[in-house]
Design a protein around this ligand. Structure first.
Ligand code: PMV
Length: 367
């Protein structure tokens, strides 16, 4: 598929105009966050990834967004919308949403004929250091494509999901991996059937049952706002001395992960996932300008996980996103002892002792 395939042809400007002024509708979606195992870091124009990535969709870390849409008399010169976050008007959210609407207008050409009231809230605390862009942009993309479905119904559910992911990508790259569950691949990769740079797809091969109920406990090391945005970080991969090798490595790690998923080889899983997390941060540390997002407590936790694994033969491992928080990943059968370990040894390194228990989830839902 190409970008052009997402431009609707099943309705025309005249169809949009013929909707009665003042006609109202509402759509509500809940979208989860996701945690990458093979990381996306570096992008090309139009939010296209420099390398393929794969993630676990999460379950409880999610955003609920509703869009109430009211038909205007005429096409508006600028996008007509209000944004409320957790019940309060948030003009500071407007620029990001306006940029998003601008990027997707070609694919949802009715947008300027409507006033949009966007209300959004997160299941996780706002100042937790957990990025809400993946769940937030995915929930908003789903509301907007659902709105299109209301104006001009489309029959194909598979296409609906693909287009939702395609639109979410234009809001925030990793958001395209938050539409479906439980394992989602994004970016062209020779050995992943149906993979595309344009949208995420459900991992298309058999996966060992051990991965079906994987747990992710997120240790909140630093709840502050990130010092370096991921947009800036991605851009620093242009001209980065190790960029090409890193992009190739992501392909190799995906090949290896395919084997790990089918065989259930947890040692292989630990090795790939931790190496990916550290490589992501190594890319940050070796870009110009260089920066470090890990905190001393991030390293304390990593060292304690390694010591615990050595002492107990546990398969617990960590991954990081673009921040200081640590995602602790483990199979469900280890839940009790890993939670004990977290309580006894790791909570001391969390800001205010806070952490969030999550697990692999099954994708966005219409509410
Ligand atoms: O979607 P963005 O632009 O916020 O980038 C996300 C990048 C990482 O979280 C670090 C990696 C990933 O693949 O999710």
């Amino acid at each position: 598929m190409t970008e052009k395939d997402f431009i609707p042809t099943h309705y025309s400007k005249r169809n949009i105009e013929s909707v009665q002024e003042g006609k109202q509708g509402k759509t509500v979606w809940k979208s989860p966050s996701n945690i990458a195992l093979v990381k996306y870091w570096g992008k090309r124009e139009n939010q296209l990834p420099a390398n393929p990535s794969i993630s676990f969709t999460l379950d409880s870390c999610a955003t609920v967004t509703s869009v109430t849409f009211t038909k205007l008399k005429n096409r508006s010169k600028t996008f007509a919308f209000d944004v409320l976050f957790e019940g309060e008007s948030r003009p500071d959210f407007r620029p990001k949403i306006a940029t998003f609407l601008n990027r997707i207008e070609t694919y949802l050409p009715f947008l300027r004929w409507y006033n949009l009231r966007i209300e959004t809230s997160n299941s996780f605390p706002h100042s937790s250091g957990i990025a809400s862009s993946a769940s937030g942009m995915s929930a908003l993309a789903l509301c907007l494509i659902d709105m299109e479905n209301d104006i001009a119904p489309m029959a194909d559910e598979e296409f609906f999901i693909k287009k939702a992911s395609f639109l979410a990508r234009l809001g925030s790259g990793s958001a395209c991996r938050s539409v479906e569950g439980d394992i989602v691949h994004w970016g062209y990769h020779e050995k992943t059937k149906g993979s595309s740079d344009l949208y995420g797809i459900k991992f298309p091969y058999a996966v060992d049952d051990i991965f079906k109920e994987y747990q992710d406990t997120i240790l909140l090391v630093d709840k502050g706002k990130k010092e370096v945005s991921s947009t800036l970080g991605h851009n620093l991969m242009h001209g980065h001395p190790f960029a090409q090798r890193r992009f190739e490595q992501a392909h190799t790690n995906l090949d290896r992960l395919h084997k790990v998923f089918s065989s259930g080889d947890l040692d292989g899983f630990v090795d790939i996932v931790e190496s990916e997390a550290l490589t992501l941060h190594a890319m940050m540390m070796s870009s110009r300008p260089y920066f470090i997002l890990m905190k001393p407590n991030t390293l304390e936790i990593i060292n304690k996980i390694w010591a615990f694994r050595k002492a107990t033969q546990s398969k617990v491992c960590f991954t990081l996103d673009a921040g200081a928080n640590v995602h602790v990943l483990y199979p469900k059968m280890e839940k009790q002892r890993v939670l004990e370990f977290i309580e006894n040894d790791l909570v001391a390194h969390c800001e205010k002792g806070h952490y969030i228990c999550d697990r692999i989830g099954y994708g966005a839902k219409k509410m």
